[in-house]
Design a protein around this ligand. Structure first.
Ligand code: NAP
Length: 285
């Protein structure tokens, strides 16, 4: 039977660290970290994410600035807001909640956010920095996964790590972070042949596919660490991961549940990135 990796507990510890450091820095500098979150349109899932981010800001002692723009906002209007936030010294981090409506090119928006305030780490400059291992921010979800793996005490160096998924947001940076820690990394995707034979080799298996219960017991090595990034909404409204938890759990040594695994880590790492941005912008230690 696997040990459960408790994302709620690990994320609470990360947020508590951020809260304590924030309190100290506010006392020392008289300034307070600020995160601006921009949401365009009425996507209900995005609304939930934005509310959760606002709550997390309150928990750690940040100012949060919310900009809720109508569905028919033009690209020029959104770019103008991003420029205003770029030059506002009370705003240390800027996050534009994706997806944006189709009349807006999300790449143009990501490129317009100042790299120093890009706490999602989606800007090409920050992506490049991750490649060469010289970064200030890590993308929140893969960084959260690293915290979860570290919480198990399992050494990554030298281990066979398999990532299923190659998206810019999760799969690719995830593989890079595991590589930086000296894992031997394989990235799988929809064209991978005989996927199960590859995943069965993994000491550490990260699933970021977006398909409910995709990873079954026959795809997992005995004793593997299994991290489930997937967040799939079933017809009955329940949240479900990419890993068939009931099947895989008896084989794994460590496993993340869904919900309560990777999900809570993403926001905790966003808080950590915003604090890092605040410190860099104000030349604080
Ligand atoms: P995505 O952009 O749709 O990427 C999915 C990846 O899975 C693609 O690389 C795709 O391969 C691969 N794939 C699809 N079918 C496959 C198959 N049959 N065999 C092998 N690989 C296959 O998704 P994403 O943005 O990376 O997100 C992945 C999951 O993580 C989603 O469920 C998402 O909701 C969740 N997520 C969770 C968090 C969190 O905070 N917990 C954050 C972000 C994302 P191709 O490239 O060949 O198409």
């Amino acid at each position: 039977m696997a040990n459960l990796i408790d994302g709620k507990q690990v994320s609470a510890a990360v947020k508590e660290q951020v809260r304590l450091e924030t309190e100290k820095l506010v006392q020392e500098s008289g300034k307070r970290p600020g995160l601006a979150v921009v949401i365009v349109g009425n996507n209900p899932a995005s609304r939930v994410y934005v509310n959760n981010k606002k709550k997390a800001c309150e928990t750690v002692g940040f100012q949060s600035f919310e900009y809720a723009l109508p569905e028919d906002t033009t690209q020029e209007e959104l770019l103008e807001l991003v420029q205003t936030l770029n030059s506002d010294s009370n705003v240390n981090g800027i996050l534009v909640q994706l997806p944006v409506p189709p009349q807006i090119d999300d790449k143009a928006i990501i490129n317009a956010i100042s790299a120093e305030k890009d706490v999602d780490a989606f800007h090409p400059e920050n992506v490049g920095r991750i490649m060469i291992g010289d970064y200030a921010f890590l993308p929140c979800t893969p960084a959260g996964v690293m915290e979860l793996i570290d919480s198990t005490g399992v050494e990554i160096s030298g281990k066979k790590c398999v990532v299923i998924g190659r998206s810019n947001i999760v799969g690719k940076p995830m593989a890079m972070l595991l590589l930086h820690r000296s894992g031997t990394v394989t990235i799988c995707h929809s064209r991978t042949q005989d996927l199960a034979s590859v995943t069965r080799e993994a000491d550490i298996l990260v699933a970021a596919v977006g398909k409910a219960n995709f990873v079954t017991a026959d795809m997992v090595k005995d004793g593997a660490v299994v991290i489930d990034v997937g967040m799939n909404r079933l017809e009955n409204g329940k949240l479900c991961g990419d890993v068939d938890f009931a099947q895989v759990e008896p084989k794994a040594s460590w496993i993340t549940p869904v919900p309560g695994g990777v999900g809570p880590m993403t926001i905790a790492m966003l808080m950590k990135n915003t604090l890092t941005a605040f410190k860099k912008q104000n030349q604080l230690a």
